[in-house]
Design a protein around this ligand. Structure first.
Ligand SMILES: [Zn+2]
Length: 431
């Protein structure tokens, strides 16, 4: 019996034990030796739990929640809360260093904490809540204090699996996915799968994190591992951080992103760099040059700068014989003025980094044999020599053991996830 009682006491937690000790010391009217621990804890310890709102104790305060209307400023929002002009002025001055009150957006949420005295309202805090996570507190109770804070984010691990019927976007969204997750998956597998063309029957499985504030989902966290079956080929992706912020690796520990050749041909020199403005030798006028020119002997092989799918392989008046390759969702390269396009290189075929796609020439608008190499990022031409692409390094030797254990855990988990059956509507029944 006595043992049981002691056990229960400990289970109340440190705060209770400390309070009990304090009680024994200070309650002089009760002889200590006559008070059993059970009695103290069960009957006399007040369980004071303060009520918090955005980190502020609001036991004696009222909370009003509103939405900023068009053309509303802090002065008219706080109009009925008895804030002096002096306080408002000090607020606008002090806020500039933390969060400028003039930057409040319309339709953004806010809260006012106030005390009520003789049916008059006195604001103690104004809280600007531009999104579900971030908020700015303007404490005007005594001296003005302004600070930014964040709501606590709870991370929940989730799984999502399905198949593609229309597109990755449509099908994942219908399956309860989130637009951020669709973008993540498109990015992870962007080098292996062309998500712009429909691949009916492809399947995906994702193990990822969702972020919650209170009970509202506010975004996607880390995609820990994913699987994509593209036209019968299985592709696994495992997130692993080698100290550079993390990347996705396949089963062999190779980065799922591919690197680019420094130059798409050998035995050449750069004869003209990318520039916004240059004098065009053929057109005899100033014109921007959105490529890098490599002067090289006619017939020099031109290589695909990286893995991708050929989107153009044809003759066009200014470009001459040219090839364009799409590498992933947002990167493409283009190769102009070829004497001829390599055999087998045509629209829709896959090419590997370093594969010969054509030969240097001077077809189209060109004075002499050279390759005009163009780099496209998000549909815009950029300087191939300056474009910053994240490195695509494999798992380092020293990380292999750790990566192997992560890979085997997640491979097993991914393999156990079933692709849910589609609900096939019976069209014959609904005539
Ligand atoms: Zn050029």
């Amino acid at each position: 019996m006595a043992n049981k009682g002691r056990k229960r006491l400990y289970s109340f937690g440190a705060a209770t034990v400390i309070f009990a000790a304090w009680y024994f010391i200070h309650s002089s009217n009760v002889p200590n030796d006559k008070v059993t621990p059970e009695l103290v804890i069960q009957d006399t310890v007040p369980q004071y739990v303060p009520k918090y709102y955005h980190g502020i104790i609001v036991d004696s305060l009222e909370v009003y929640e509103g939405v900023i209307k068009r053309n509303q400023n802090l002065a008219n929002i706080l109009n009925e809360y008895n804030v002096t002009d002096e306080t408002l002025y000090n607020l606008s001055v002090k806020s500039k260093n933390v969060y400028d009150v003039r930057k409040f957006g319309s339709r953004k949420k806010y809260s006012i904490l106030y005390e009520e005295k003789d049916s008059l309202k006195y604001a103690t805090h104004f809280i600007y809540r531009p999104d579900p996570v971030n908020f700015v507190v303007f404490d005007i109770k005594d001296s003005i204090e302004i600070y930014k804070d964040q709501k606590e984010i709870e991370i929940k691990e989730k799984e999502l699996a399905g198949d593609i019927n229309m597109s990755l976007y449509v099908d994942m969204m219908e399956n309860g996915g989130h637009v951020e997750l669709v973008n993540e998956v498109a990015e992870i597998f962007g080098w292996e799968v062309d998500f712009f063309s429909v691949k009916k029957g492809d399947t995906y499985k994702i193990i990822y994190e969702e972020k919650y504030v209170d009970t509202t989902m506010v975004g996607i966290g880390l995609v820990k591992a994913a699987y994509f079956n593209h036209m019968g080929d299985s592709i696994y992706a495992f997130n692993f951080d080698q100290g550079d912020g993390g990347d996705y690796f396949d089963e062999e520990g190779e980065s799922l992103r591919k690197t680019f050749l420094k130059a798409p041909l050998k035995f050449s020199r750069i004869s003209s760099r990318y520039s916004g403005r240059r004098y065009h030798p053929v057109l005899k006028r100033w014109k921007s040059h959105l490529g890098t020119d490599y002067a090289a002997p006619r017939g020099t092989p031109i290589y695909a700068a990286s893995d991708g799918i050929v989107t153009h392989a044809r003759y066009k008046s200014n470009n001459g014989n040219y090839v364009k390759i799409k590498h992933n969702g947002n990167l493409a390269t283009q190769y102009l003025h070829m004497s001829k396009i390599a055999s087998g290189i045509k629209k829709g075929i896959k090419v590997k980094r370093g594969q010969t796609i054509g030969y240097v020439g001077s077809t189209g608008l060109a004075t002499g044999p050279h390759l005009c190499y163009r780099f496209w990022q998000n549909g815009v031409q950029v300087d191939a020599l300056k474009v910053k692409l994240p490195p695509a390094k494999p798992i380092y030797n020293e990380n292999k053991l750790e990566f192997d254990s992560i890979r085997s855990v997640f491979t097993e988990r991914l393999d156990q996830i079933n692709i849910p059956d589609r609900i096939v509507e019976d069209l014959t029944a609904s005539i």
